[in-house]
Ligand binder design. Structure first.
Ligand code: NAP
Length: 286
């Protein structure tokens, strides 16, 4: 079997073209969507992610501004800026780029983002709303994966989905979204013994671990849909996923590549969430 490759780049491009139209409609109605990105420190990967997000938002007509802090910035300074952005009338979306330096309490900063501007969906209120079924914003990466599954006609209801990883930004929200669509969901993590026993039962396997080539062919059920969230740098400096792509291609039914799979969808979903936030501003000001 040779798996069908799910082209996240193409799906993201099509979505972004539609979002550009949506954004121009908002502008026509007097709302210019605004995004603020807060970044602390000079981690090169974080800077690349921020650049990509800002570029995508600007292409769609979102006014975007980066708020940079040095790596040793006190938590209070970052919190103050987040609170100012919460109140800024021209800003619809506030995004705090992770990771933050160790001296800053990530949970406290994320909790400070106003829920109506929390386009990453990481605040406690949005996470809780996702748990209870009616979130304002769904975290971009799992939302992008759900979008891909739907567009690729991957049936979810009644099937067994296995998520490797339980982070608040990928694994947990991913599992909740699959559950909401009536999958039977297993969540695996670093303390899961005999991981392959679980993964081999997956009709849909989501790998969000952060370890290159972690998922091999022997861990995949024949015909499964394999979604690779991992972004790892190979020894050659190139981007690689968590899945041994070439080996798993022979077993899976469909598979997302890295690069060109989940990553572009994450960015497109950020644009979608930002426009959603701006649309709500329009509603409120009516
Ligand atoms: P994370 O917070 O480090 O979480 C990794 C998860 O993997 C943890 O739950 C961990 O378990 C689990 N894990 C680690 N070793 C394992 C093992 N041997 N067996 C089973 N589970 C294991 O990472 P994350 O933020 O969720 O991100 C995961 C990956 O996705 C990273 O490569 C990240 O760069 C990438 N990512 C990509 C995008 C994108 O847009 N493409 C977006 C976000 C993240 P414990 O909880 O037990 O430690």
């Amino acid at each position: 079997m040779t798996a069908r490759i799910i082209d996240g780049k193409a799906h993201a491009a099509a979505l972004r073209a539609q979002l550009k139209v949506d954004a121009s409609e908002l502008v026509g109605r007097g709302v210019r969507p605004g995004l603020a990105v807060v970044i602390v420190g000079d981690d090169p990967a974080s800077r690349t992610y921020v650049r990509n997000k800002v570029r995508a938002c600007e292409e769609a007509g979102v006014v975007s501004k980066i708020h940079e802090f040095p790596v040793d910035a006190p938590e209070a300074a970052v919190m103050t800026r987040v609170r100012e952005l919460n109140l800024a009338p021209d800003i619809d979306a506030v995004l705090v780029q992770l990771p933050l330096p160790p001296h800053i309490d990530e949970a406290r900063v994320l909790a400070a983002v106003a829920s109506e501007k929390d386009v990453d969906g990481f605040s406690v209120s949005n996470a809780g709303a996702l748990l209870t079924g009616a979130p304002q914003f769904v975290p971009c990466t799992p939302a992008g994966i759900m979008y891909l599954l739907e567009k690729e006609n991957i049936r979810i209801a009644g099937r067994h989905a296995v998520v490797i990883g339980r982070s608040n930004i990928v694994g947990k929200p991913m599992a909740l979204l699959l559950l909401q669509k009536d999958a039977t969901v297993t969540i695996c993590h670093s303390r899961t013994p005999d991981l392959a026993i679980h993964t081999c039962m997956a009709d849909i396997l989501i790998a969000a671990v952060g370890r290159m080539n972690f998922v091999g062919a022997a861990m995949v059920k024949p015909g499964a849909c394999v979604v690779d969230v991992g972004t790892n740098r190979g020894p050659d400096g190139k981007l690689r996923g968590d899945v041994d792509f070439n080996a798993v291609m022979d077993v899976a039914g469909s598979i997302t590549p890295v690069p060109g799979g989940v990553g572009p969808m994450t960015v497109a979903m950020l644009v979608a969430n930002t426009l959603h936030a701006a649309g709500q501003r329009k509603q409120e000001s009516k």
